[in-house]
Write a protein of this length. Sequence first.
Lengths: 314, 460
Amino acid sequence: MRRKKTILKLITFGAIIFFVGLFFRSISPKKTETQFSTIVKNMNNKEKPSYYFIGSSRVQKSINPAILREKFHNQNIYNLGISGSTFLSNSILTDFLIQNHTPKVIFVELSPIIQELSTGLIQFADEAELDIFKSIHELNKKENVLKKTRIGINTLNSYVFAKNPLKKDIKRILGVHHQKRNKKIVGFVPLDQNNFESTTPFITFNEINSLSIKNKDLSSYHNYINYLLELSSKHNTKLIFFLPITYKNNKEKNIVIPLYNSLPDSIKIKYSKKFIKNITNTKYLYDNNHLNNKGAEKYTYLLCSLIENYFTPK
Amino acid sequence: MIEFNLLLILLYVLSSLALLSFFSKENKWKALLTTSLLFYYILAGSKLFLLVFIAYIIYLFGFVIQRNHSKTKVAIFAILIPLVIAKVTNTSFHFEDYITKDVWLFEWFKWSSLFQIIGLSYFTFNSISYLIDIKRKYIKPEKNFFLLLLYLIYFPAIFSGPLHRAKYLIKQFEIISISDTSISKGTRLILFGLFKNMVIAQRIFSLINNLLSTDISGFYYLVLGLLFFLYLYSNFSSFVDLFQGISQIFGIQLKDNFRNRVYFSNSRQEFWKGWHITLNEWFRDYFFFVIAKYDKKRKYTDLFLFITFILIALWHEVIFTLLVWGVLNGSWIILEKKFDLKKLPYAKFRKSAGYLYHLFFSSILALIFISSDLNFLVQKLFDASFFPQEILENELMNIIIISCSFLIMDYHYSKAGNTRFDNYLQDKSFLNRWFIYIKLAIIILIFGAGTGVDNYYILF
C-alpha cells in the first residue's frame, strides 16, 4: 500500500513536470531553420572536392574558411569546429564525414578525449542524420568492458541532457534563441576583442619537439586514430592531424604533444619555428584559450603555406 | 570540474532499490555493499581491490588493538601511509586539475601513482576513527568484515564524506528500512542538492572560469575570491545534500556537514563551527584532543589549534600556498579568540558589520586557495584595477540566474533556521511543499548547467 503511495506521488510529480513542459512547448515560437541546416546543405554540394577542419572552439575561432576558399579557389572548405568538442566528438564527426561525404581531406584537431558529447555535436547529429552511438561503438571496439561501460554511461547521460526541450522552448519564448556571435555552436567565430595580455597560452616550438613530455597511455587515442585511418583509406579521404596553437592549461600538452609526436609526419601538420614565432603575439588573443579575429586571419594565412599541398592536384 | 553524471547516480539508486527488495531486513546492507562495490569499481576501476585489501588490514588491526592498545599508533601510522604518499607525490595543483576536467578525467582512471585513489581521504579518516574508538573502548571490533567494508566504502559517503563514526553508521546498516517517508525526505534533499549544484554552483564556476580567462586585476580580483567562496559552499554542500538524500531513501541518515547559511557568518569562529562540520569534528576528536590532553595547564591550546589548522590545510594539498592558507586561517581564529568580538558594543551593528568583515577576509583566503603562486596573487591584487566589461555583457543572463537562485536558496534556509531542508519541507502544507518541488524541478530543467553534479572536494 505504501509503495503504491510513493509510486503515485512520483507519477504525479512527473506528470506535472511533463504538462508544464507541454505548456511551454505550446506557447514557444515555432522552430526556424538553424545554422546546422545551412551547413548540412552546403556539405552536400559535391561539385568540388571538399575540405573540413574539425575541432573545438579553438578551431572555431582560429580558422577563417573565407581566406582558405579565396586562396585555394574552392568554396568547399569548411570550418566544422564545434564548441565543447573533444577528441571523441572530433572522431565521431570524422567518422561520419568519411562515410557520408567522402571529403578529400579532413584536418582534425588533437585534444584530450572526454567521455562526453558536446551539445553542439548532438544538435548537429540530429540534422545531419549522424548516428552518434553507432560511431562510438565502432571507435571503442577495442576498449575493455569497463571503459566501454563508462563511455556508454557518460555519453548517454550527455545525450539525454542535450535533448531536454524545456531549455530551448524557454529560450525561444524569451527571444534569446538567436545565438550571440561568440556563442555560435558550429563554424567560424570571429571575435574582435583582445582580453589577454600574455603570450603564455601559445605553444612553443621547443614544447612541440620536446621528447621529455611522455604519456605512456595513448592506447585509446591510437585506437580511434587507427580506426579512422583505416576507414579513410577505404574511402579515399586523407586525414591530417594538427595541434591547437593555444592552451588554457599546460596539462593538456602532456597528452596532445606525445600523441602528436607518436604520429607519422605524413598525417600531421608540422608547425615551423618561424610559424610559431609569427603567431605568438598577445594582440592575436581573444582570451587565454582562443584567438581573436586578427589572430584567426594571421593563423589561417600562415597555415596556407603548410597545407597547400593538400589543395593542389598532384 | 569533476562530474558525477546523473545517469550513473540514477542507476546506483535504482539498482540499490531493486537489490534491496530481494534481501530480508537484517541482510539489506548486503545489497548496499554490492552496489557500493560495483559503482565504485565503475568509477575507480581496479583501485577498488586495493581499498578492499586495506579495509581487510584495518579489520585485522581492530582485533589487534582490542587486545593490545599500544599497537594503536603503529596501526594508525600504517593506515596513514597511502594517504601521505598520495598527498606528497601529487605534484599538480588541485585547482588546475579541477578546471581541466578533460585532462584530469583522463588521468583519473590512469593515475601513475598507486595511491591516488578517489575517496582515499574519507576512507582513511573513517578507518582511523574506527581504530581509535576501539582503543577508547567506545566500540568493539566489528566481527563481520563485510559490514566494516560497507562502513568504509559506502558509496554515498566515500567521495566527500560526511565522516561518521562506525557506531553511528553500522547501527543504521543493520536496520535499513525503506518507506514512503524515507523516499520523500530523500527526494527533497536530492532536488535541493541538484538545484544548488547545477543551477548555482556550476553557473558560478562558469563565471569564475570566464573571469580567469581575462586580465581581471586589482580590486576586482577580490570578486573572484568572493565568487569562489560562494562556489565552494554551494558546490560542496549540494553534493552532500544529494548523497544525504540518496542515503535517506535507503533509510540511512548521514550527518549534516554544513550549517544553513554558513556563508553569512559574522566571525571566523562561527564559520568554522558550521563548515565541513564532520571533518572539523574529526580533527577535534582524533587530533586536537589527543595532543591537548598532554597540556594539562592549557598553556598551549592556541598552538595546538594553530597546528590543527596547518594540518587541515596540508590535507588539501602539500604546497606552500596552502601552508600560508592554513597559517592565516589558524592565526585568524586565534586572533578572534584573543580579541573577543562579542565584547564589542552595538550588537546589531556588530552583527551586520561582522558579515561584511567575514566575507571580505574569506574572499582573500579563497583567492589564496585558488592560486598556485603567491607572487602571482599579490601581483594581481596590486595591479591597476581592471574589469573586462564584455564579461558583464556576455554573462549578464548567467549573473541574473545565479543571483535569483541564490536568493531562493537563502530564502529557504532563512525560513528553515537550523532545520535540515527535508524536515523543513515536512512542516509545510501539502500545496506549499509541492509548489516548492515543482519550482525547483523546473528551475533545474531550464537553468541547470552541465550534465551531472560535481564536487571540488573530491580532489582531496
